[in-house]
Design a protein around this ligand. Structure first.
Ligand code: NAG
Ligand code: NAG
Ligand code: NAG
Ligand code: NAG
Ligand code: NAG
Ligand code: NAG
Ligand code: NAG
Length: 439
């Protein structure tokens, strides 16, 4: 509507008012000359006649337009817009007819502008400390030239940034891009972009609840040392968002059948010596795959302790006797103890070094039972016995060798005594006698 037309309009109203002055008056509520209305909002004006009694009263609303008798014409006191559109922009006249001829009227102006809902563009999930752009955009700005748009960014209650821009075009768009890097503690907070049309004193907001993902941190431990036959539980503790999935692998070897990988991320089973080695727990989520090494130490023994003798059968006078104590043990035993029973005193000519016992020149004095004792650092002990006898010169070759192993320090001397008596008494061809006794 141009200035000239508006002036003319006003003039006609002034004339009308002058004519019916003092007699009657029209009130429009809400009162005001001009209303700035955002398109899409609802609006209602009510027209009221104040003046001398009228037995017959008529109200009508009319939109003033360039051409006469054009546009909206409404009977009744109320001018209602359930959803204002840009076409509704204009000047409206409420005309009251009293007693069929006395006419009074009043005008009101509606200035319709468009202020679209702001939209927030950003990734749905962000990674911790990774910068991203959040863009707040108002696509639909009309009839708001030369006004200012202010963008205010909040994370929860905290104001992050403010930015103002002037709207020049019509229609126009306004936007602001904010680079952001969030921390995991920001997860779940609400990012708000508040857009204000400053001159219209109208604010619209858009918000997004932020999801901040982060790489897993892994911690896997296993109680150690572990002994063969123990129940094992290896668990892999992991942090991270989204919650990582846990996977176990064995490095360099196929997964052992004695251990099971449970869906809850734990490894359980009964340990076997072959399970010893390097394992890896992998925690993976959208952000990263994180690996953590676990070294599994499985100790065992001593078990199956025995004495290997060279020569195996006959020991001639002056011959070299070489005894080696063998045992199934991990870690390697450093503690072998050789004893001679029943005397307990080692005769001369016996050299002992860890698992081996050497008698350079076998004599009568060397006859007897030799004991090898192996002690695991856990304290577990096992012993093995070898009965060394000189080949009787007079008799035909009668070897007297015995390799025996048993555990039990209490029973040892009794059994040992019986054994010696038995061997001495029999003095027969007898190669091997294994005695095993578990405590
Ligand atoms: C006009 O609006 C008023 C209240 O705002 C209501 O009481 C009245 O009934 C309305 N009149 C018509 C004709 O719709
Ligand atoms: C954010 O936007 C700026 C300017 O458009 C651009 O240079 C930058 O690379 C963007 N950053 C990211 C993380 O996309
Ligand atoms: C702007 O609007 C708010 C609420 O909508 C109101 O409290 C405030 O008084 C207004 N300011 C002006 C200058 O109109
Ligand atoms: C994991 O699963 C295994 C086997 O199903 C179960 O024995 C163990 O108790 C579970 N551990 C936890 C922490 O839920
Ligand atoms: C785990 O051990 C393997 C082999 O020893 C090695 O290559 C790898 O780098 C280790 N990984 C970690 C996370 O220490
Ligand atoms: C002990 O030795 C015997 C025979 O040599 C063998 O069958 C058995 O498996 C061994 N036991 C262990 C625990 O190594
Ligand atoms: C004793 O026997 C062991 C095992 O066979 C051998 O390694 C070692 O050299 C022998 N010692 C002597 C002195 O013959």
């Amino acid at each position: 509507m141009n200035v000239r037309k508006t002036a003319l309009l006003w003039l006609s109203i002034v004339i009308l008012i002058t004519v019916s002055r003092q007699e009657a008056e029209v009130k429009i509520s809400p009162a005001g000359n001009e209303f700035k209305v955002n398109q899409g909002s609802s609006l209602k004006f009510t027209c009221e006649y104040i003046g001398s009694e009228c037995t017959e009263i008529k109200y009508n609303w009319k939109k003033q337009s360039d051409r006469d008798n054009d546009g909206i014409k409404i009977e009744g006191r109320n001018l209602t817009f359930s959803r204002v559109t840009l076409e509704h922009d204009g000047t409206y006249v409420c005309q009251v007819t009293c007693e069929g001829n006395k006419k009074v009227s009043k005008i009101t102006k509606i200035r319709v502008y468009a202020f679209g809902e702001p939209v927030l563009r950003m990734p749905p999930n962000v990674e911790e400390s990774h910068f991203f752009n959040a863009t707040c955009i108002v696509e639909d700005l009309r009839e708001v030239q030369n006004t200012h748009v202010k963008f205010a960014w909040y994370l929860g209650d905290q104001l992050l940034n403010e930015y103002s821009v002037e709207v020049k075009d019509d229609p126009a768009k306004a936007w602001h891009t904010l680079p952001l890097g969030l921390k995991r503690t920001d997860h779940g907070k609400i990012l708000i972009c508040a857009v204000k049309l400053i001159e219209h004193n109208e604010t619209k907001k858009v918000s997004h609840t932020v999801t901040v993902n982060y790489a897993p941190t892994v911690n896997a431990e296993v109680k150690s040392p572990l002994i063969e036959g123990d129940q094992i539980v290896m668990s892999c503790m992991s942090d991270g968002r989204p919650k990582p999935s846990i996977q176990w692998e064995r490095l360099g070897h196929p997964w052992p059948s004695s251990l099971s990988r449970n869906p809850n991320g734990t490894v359980t089973g009964v340990l076997h010596r072959h399970d010893r080695g390097q394992y890896e727990c992998l925690a993976s989520n959208q952000v990263a795959v994180v690996r953590h090494n676990v070294s599994l130490e499985v100790q065992y023994g001593p078990k199956n302790t025995s004495i290997m003798a060279l020569p195996q059968r006959l020991i001639h006078r002056g011959e070299l006797l070489n005894l080696t104590c063998l045992t199934d043990i991990y870690p390697e035993a450093h503690h072998y103890t050789w004893r001679k029973i029943p005397t307990m005193i080692m005769p001369l000519g016996v050299t002992m070094a860890d698992s081996s016992l050497i008698i350079e020149s076998f004599q009568e004095a060397h006859e007897g039972v030799y004991e090898c004792e192996v002690v695991h650092h856990s304290g577990k002990t096992e012993r093995a016995y070898f009965s060394a006898e000189l080949k009787a010169e007079a008799e035909e070759a009668v070897p007297t060798q015995m390799i025996g192993a048993f555990i039990g320090s209490v029973l040892f001397s009794i059994i040992g005594g019986i054994l010696i008596g038995f061997l001495v008494g029999k003095r027969r061809r007898q190669n091997r006698l294994d005695l095993s006794h578990q405590i």
